[in-house]
Design a protein around this ligand. Structure first.
Ligand code: PPS
Length: 305
């Protein structure tokens, strides 16, 4: 039994101290993850492994749940076999001595594996590309991504405390958050998508037409599923279904790590929520900065539907 299971089932609470950010090849990362970096960098992916990559809060869990449903042929019970973070380990996750690390979970899993990461393209362990693994990358518009990340950092004690909304807004614009600048992350994966087997998705497209995007993922994974199965996947991976499902809503994470009194993991799941948080001045500053950082890129996002 892992420590997380003990804690989740009423055992002693874990002692968690919020980490500091330290640079990893120039990218700010939680110190606890950096401690394990050499082993992560040397991770040996196997042909057939599938990677789900995102900047944090871009829709990772949603894509993970959809992918599992596709791979399980829409079987609801099989998708409830374990919490999402057990079904698809988080590659670089590391909380020494307290919870099974991503690498330990992966070592105990049969291949082919489905793996989650938030690493920027340039830090991806080489074996994924050497083994020609399929990769699904999902990006979310920077404004909603920021709002979601702020709330997550309020509740997740494995992230530095975000401070006030204004303080966090400034940190995000400077890229002084875990995994660095959103702009670099989304561009890094975008610029490399055609050189490798990378399906690049957008959160906003998934909100607009989940069926269309699920079909895209199924095609990419070589699965041809009947219409009724696809309709079932649309239903079971809706925001409300996933929020109500203990296997996808992260309710298995101990309260000492996810403080749900501060915010919830399945918070709103909306496009355009940034309008409830950005001041006019912040929006102007954001747009100026955005134009500068995204100049020359053909990558386009929608901030409302
Ligand atoms: S993490 O911690 O980086 O893995 O988080 P991630 O899963 O990438 O992002 C969490 C946000 O995605 C929303 N979410 C969904 N939106 C719509 N539909 C579904 N099914 C869904 N599942 C998760 C979740 O609510 C977080 O966004 P916010 O805006 O905070 O609600």
């Amino acid at each position: 039994m892992t420590t997380s299971q003990t804690a989740a089932s009423g055992g002693p609470l874990l002692e968690v101290t919020r980490p500091k950010l330290v640079p990893l090849h120039g990218v700010p990362m939680p110190d606890i993850f950096v401690e394990n970096w050499k082993a992560v960098e040397e991770f040996q992916a196997t042909t057939g492994d599938l990677l789900i990559a995102t900047y944090p809060k871009a829709g990772t869990t949603w894509v993970q749940e959809i992918v599992d449903f596709i791979l399980q042929g829409g079987d609801v019970e099989r998708c409830r076999r374990a919490p999402i973070n057990t079904r698809m380990p988080f590659l670089e996750f590391n909380l020494p001595g307290q919870i099974t690390s991503g690498l330990e979970s992966l070592a105990a899993m049969p291949s082919p594996k489905v793996i989650k990461t938030h690493l920027p393209f340039q830090l991806l362990p080489k074996s994924f590309l050497e083994q020609k693994c399929k990769i699904i990358y999902c990006a979310r518009n920077a404004k909603d991504n920021l709002v979601s990340y702020y709330h997550f950092d309020l509740m997740n004690r494995l992230q530095p405390h975000p401070g006030s909304w204004e303080e966090y807004f400034q940190s995000y614009l400077r890229g002084n958050v875990s995994y660095g600048l959103w702009h670099d992350h989304v561009k890094g994966w975008w610029e490399n998508k055609d050189r490798h087997s990378i399906l690049y998705l957008f959160y906003e497209d998934m909100k607009e037409d989940p069926r269309r995007e699920i079909l895209k993922m199924a095609r990419f994974l070589g699965k041809d599923l009947p219409d009724a199965v696809i309709a079932g996947i649309v239903h079971h991976t809706s925001f409300q279904s996933m929020k109500d499902n203990p296997m996808s809503n992260y309710s298995n994470v101990p309260a000492s790590i996810f403080d749900v009194s501060a915010s919830s993991f399945m918070r709103k799941g909306a496009v355009g929520d940034w309008k409830n948080y950005f001041t006019v001045a912040q929006d102007e500053a954001f747009e100026d900065d955005y134009k500068r950082r995204m100049k020359g890129s053909d990558l386009r996002f929608r901030t409302e539907l």
